[in-house]
Design a protein around this ligand. Sequence first.
Ligand code: SAM
Length: 297
Amino acid sequence: MAYNWWVIRVLCNKSLEEVIFWRLDSFGCRGTASQIQGKNCLVLAYLPEEQTQLLDLSALSLNFRQDALCMNFPVPIMDWYLIEEEDWASSWKQYWQPQEIGDHFLIHPAWLDLPEQSDKIILRLDPGAAFGTGTHPTTQLCLESLEMRLGLEPHPEAIIADIGCGSGILSIGAALLGVHQIYAVDIDPLAIRSTINNGKLNQIKAEKLIVEQGDIKKLIKLCPKPVDGIVCNILAEVIIDIIPHLTAIAKPKTWGIISGILLEQAKLIGDTLEQNGWVVATLWKKEEWCCFNIRYS
Ligand SMILES: C[S@@+](CC[C@H](N)C(=O)[O-])C[C@H]1O[C@@H](n2cnc3c(N)ncnc32)[C@H](O)[C@@H]1O
């Protein structure tokens, strides 16, 4: 069956880029990309046709207008049109470029030639329709936390769990940092397909990266024993429900990297973590997002 996608294009002042990304993300867009054009920025986002109505798109453009007026910037120009799935893949790919994250990672679109020389850990990615290109602040916070947590030494015994794996970017990042075994779940079947493909793209053996469709309950069944680390980058509303279940896969000193949380939601998440036996070690912030680095006591 032919599958159509909305392309949403927003031309805005560069300073509005993050707000626009945040709104598009909350609206449910699957892929976002941006391109600087002088003082302006062209933001593109993609959304399956059946996931929205024309009226919702008009409301979204009004939100952009209000954001810009509140912040004293010119009103963004937004338009939208439908394309077929095959065109979606090629259209979005033009705008996504290699990106360095943290001290060591270089996120590299799968369809571009690799650099001839690089001292970076190259993480090749074709996210397809799944979330996780590395352009979102929460993904960046998680990768930076993983880097800090794991360093560059191999971890031949370490087992980690990735809840809401999306494109697999965090699981693969952990594998490239030398983690021995990763269990990853996501409720979205497209994310499962994407994580498996990206694992292969980065030459990660299938037995090292076990990926299954499902939520935390599925993960608990999947993990044969408590894990050493947990990464979870999902919205705070979902994380609140997941926290009480984490104990089932934790042991003393299990660490966690938990993001997808807006700054104003940090207190609620921090309190819930502490009530469930987790110690908050650090809270990292990027733009309006934060990331908890925690340890089970
Ligand atoms: C913000 S994306 C994160 C993707 C990737 N891990 C990253 O850091 O870029 C959140 C992912 O969580 C998945 N998700 C949402 N609710 C979930 C749940 N209850 N259990 C497992 N996965 C969930 C979504 O399908 C989505 O792929």
